[in-house]
Design a protein around this ligand. Structure first.
Ligand code: NAP
Length: 343
């Protein structure tokens, strides 16, 4: 099991948020095909994300009015590469749209773990910075755990710090990994009942599959968690009334592995050749064979992806508000603001 989203993830998160022309065409074609055959309901993430962003514009304006400053999201990029750079520009644009200050902190790929942790410590101590994201994967040689541990849990808005992961596993409120949250939120906001359902999650990474399974359990699903060592995957996936797939393997789940009427959340984003010399995005579910079996499915792109950034910025709002309130309480009481006191 890998703890690290790969470079493909980075590139394709961008595409899920801002589809390429080819990808849009694919999604449109998928939508048209479904409509033509009276196919499944497509659970689109983009309209939900737009609704969340519209609320954030108002909320961040109210924050500025109340506290007199615009909170900053710091994005730490270690070693620039093209897909990350493009993806990060997208996050920065989203920040701008909702009235948040985005700050890209670029660190050379030859940086040591100490240098990276020192930079994170500086951001932890900067009162203007409400949230910190460290772009993954890190260069080989920089231990992930050391870096994760150095982020102030109160600013860990993508829920990767052990404190936030622990809070999630205990059922308390911490910062949630945004993609896992998006995969559950898309079900809830589409009016799909989770409680009591047989829910199967494929993939157990710390950033997507495992937290998604915990969140689905929190929603009272009866949850099974599958992974690369699971024997006879289809035997388990055919049992699902709700199937969440986050494996990063194009076409892993075919229609023959699904029960009629299942609801599918396809978190996977894979870049594959389109057969005409270009590339297109596909999920982990083979849409063509699945569409006649499922009752509802998230499209790729345009499903879970667009929700992720919007939810991340809701976390930033919460972090900024908590920090501002703690700072005000500390000033009033003369005590220093507590570090790492996220809810
Ligand atoms: P990851 O760290 O590589 O984890 C993949 C998981 O899938 C692992 O737990 C692995 O099992 C399991 N797996 C791999 N092959 C399998 C197989 N043949 N059968 C059953 N399980 C299998 O990936 P990740 O970071 O969780 O990302 C998963 C997918 O979500 C990727 O496609 C990524 O691009 C996408 N993603 C999307 C978004 C978004 O916003 N939509 C955001 C992040 C990631 P083991 O643990 O046994 O190795």
């Amino acid at each position: 099991m890998s703890d690290r989203p790969d470079r493909t993830t980075v590139a394709t998160e961008l595409a899920a948020t801002a589809p390429t022309a080819a990808a849009s065409a694919t999604a449109t074609a998928a939508g048209a095909a479904a409509a033509a055959t009276a196919g499944p309901r497509l659970l689109a993430g983009s309209p939900i994300a737009a609704e969340i962003r519209a609320g954030l514009v108002t909320d961040f304006a109210a924050f500025k009015e109340r506290w007199g400053y615009v909170p900053t999201l710091a994005i730490v990029l270690v070693g620039a590469d093209a897909p990350s750079a493009v993806y990060l520009q997208q996050i920065l644009r989203t920040c701008e749209k909702v009235g948040v200050q985005g700050r890209l902190v670029e660190i050379g790929s030859d940086a040591t773990a100490d240098a990276l942790c020192n930079e994170i410590e500086r951001l932890n101590a900067d009162p203007a910075v409400a949230g910190i994201i460290v772009q993954m994967p890190l260069p080989a040689g920089i231990p992930l755990r050391t870096v994760i541990d150095s982020i102030d849990p109160a600013k860990d808005i993508d829920g990767i710090h052990p404190r936030n992961a622990g809070l999630l596993s205990l059922g308390y409120d911490g910062f949630l990994p945004a993609t896992a949250q998006a995969s559950v939120e898309i079900l809830k906001r589409s009016g799909i009942e989770i409680a009591g359902k047989r829910v199967v999650v494929v993939g157990r990474s710390n950033v997507v599959g495992k937290p998604a399974a915990l969140l689905l359990l929190r929603e009272h699903g009866t949850v099974s968690l599958l992974h690369s060592k699971t024997r006879d995957l289809g035997r388990h996936t055919r049992d699902a009334e709700i199937l969440v797939v986050a494996a990063g393997k194009a076409g892993l789940i075919t229609g023959a592995m699904l029960s009629p009427g299942v609801v599918v959340v396809d978190v996977g984003i894979n870049v594959v050749p389109d057969g005409q010399g270009a590339e297109r995005l596909v999920g982990d579910v083979d849409f063509e064979s699945a569409k006649g079996v499922v009752s509802a499915i998230t499209p790729v792109p345009g499903g879970v992806g667009p929700l992720t950034n919007a939810l991340l910025l809701t976390h930033l709002l919460r972090a900024a508000t908590d920090q501002a309130e703690r700072g005000a309480a500390a000033s009033a009481g003369g005590a220093p603001a507590a570090k790492g006191a996220s809810r």
